[in-house]
Design a protein around this ligand. Structure first.
Ligand SMILES: Nc1ncnc2c1ncn2[C@@H]1O[C@H](COP(=O)(O)OP(=O)(O)O)[C@@H](O)[C@H]1O
Ligand SMILES: [Mg+2]
Length: 279
């Protein structure tokens, strides 16, 4: 998929990354000694059933949860998020959208404020009001929202699909190198779902952003990704290109996930129909 924008640069990698919650009898090894190498511009899916450790890994990658073992490297260097300042700097490069967009916003902030904060975070504090409006309007346009209709609204006045689009508008303004998308379509209706997926693909195509897409849906993973990592009980049991893993699975767990999908080609058909409907 769009191999021209991919280059060989490693932007996020990890060795032996582990997260253990609790102690003794109550111990849960949520992420168990995983290794990974993610490259610039790639779209990676991490696929696993509920409870397999996906969100815990996302939170470690973001620096929201401490790492119990192993090392994470960002842009070729060992990640250092030991101070608040360093963490903020790190978050310029790596951002996330979550399953429940409503949980990601401060409900007392109007949408303009949400977008303005992004412009400020990217060093645009001193821009003119006019320029800031232009940027906000462009970001809303990118996700097919009308900025004029968004001003003075609160996030809770939007639908789930609109909220998730607003999350993508934030990412469009923040322009991180890496976007972690943790099941971003699992709480919204099917129609909004395909819109969100198309927007993520567009974001990747236009900005070269590396996207890590987290899902329990292997069909969806096949539809959007270059590479796939399969996660079972906190471990990566298999990884490779989407074609390698899904058309020629090695691990029993992957085979089972594939067998659970009624028709693996359905998303492609769906996409073709969607294209027809749009054109
Ligand atoms: N804060 C926490 N404290 C204790 N256990 C947790 C915590 N967060 C997640 N877990 C456990 O870690 C495992 C992986 O959870 P999670 O990363 O949310 O999986 P997934 O996102 O794949 O559904 C589960 O067994 C879950 O109960
Ligand atoms: Mg999860």
């Amino acid at each position: 998929m769009n191999s021209e924008i991919m280059n060989t640069g490693l932007c996020l990698s990890g060795t032996g990354v582990t997260k253990v919650f609790g102690f003794g009898d109550k111990k849960t090894v949520a992420v168990n000694n995983v290794d990974f190498k993610f490259h610039m511009g790639e779209l990676i899916s991490i696929v696993g059933e509920s409870g397999s450790g996906k969100t815990t890994l996302v939170k470690m990658l973001l620096g929201l949860t401490s790492v119990t073992g192993g090392d994470i490297y960002f842009m070729g260097k060992k990640r250092d998020i030991s101070s608040h300042h360093k963490k903020k700097e790190y978050w310029r490069g790596i951002q996330a959208i979550f399953q429940d967009p409503f949980s990601s916003f401060n409900i007392f902030n109007k949408i303009d404020t949400v977008l303005l904060d992004c412009i400020n975070m990217r060093g645009g504090r001193r821009l003119s009001r006019q320029k800031k409006r232009e940027l906000m309007s462009e970001a809303c346009g990118f996700v097919n929202l009308k900025f004029e209709e968004m001003t003075n609204k609160y996030p809770f006045e939007l639908s789930g699909g609109q909220m998730q689009r607003l999350m993508i508008a934030r990412i469009f303004l923040l322009k991180p190198k890496i976007l972690l998308a943790d099941e971003p379509t699992s709480m919204i209706d099917a129609c909004s779902r395909s819109t969100i997926l198309d927007m993520l693909l567009k974001l990747r195509d236009e900005t070269g952003m590396m996207i890590i897409f987290i899902t329990h849906d292997i069909g969806l993973a096949y539809y959007i990704s270059d590479s796939v990592y399969i996660m079972e009980h906190g471990k990566f049991v298999e990884h490779g290109t989407a074609d390698e893993v899904i058309l020629n699975p090695k691990a029993d767990y992957t085979k089972r996930l594939i067998n659970d999908v009624p028709k693996i080609n359905e998303p492609w058909e769906f996409r073709k129909q969607l294209r027809k409907a749009v054109n």
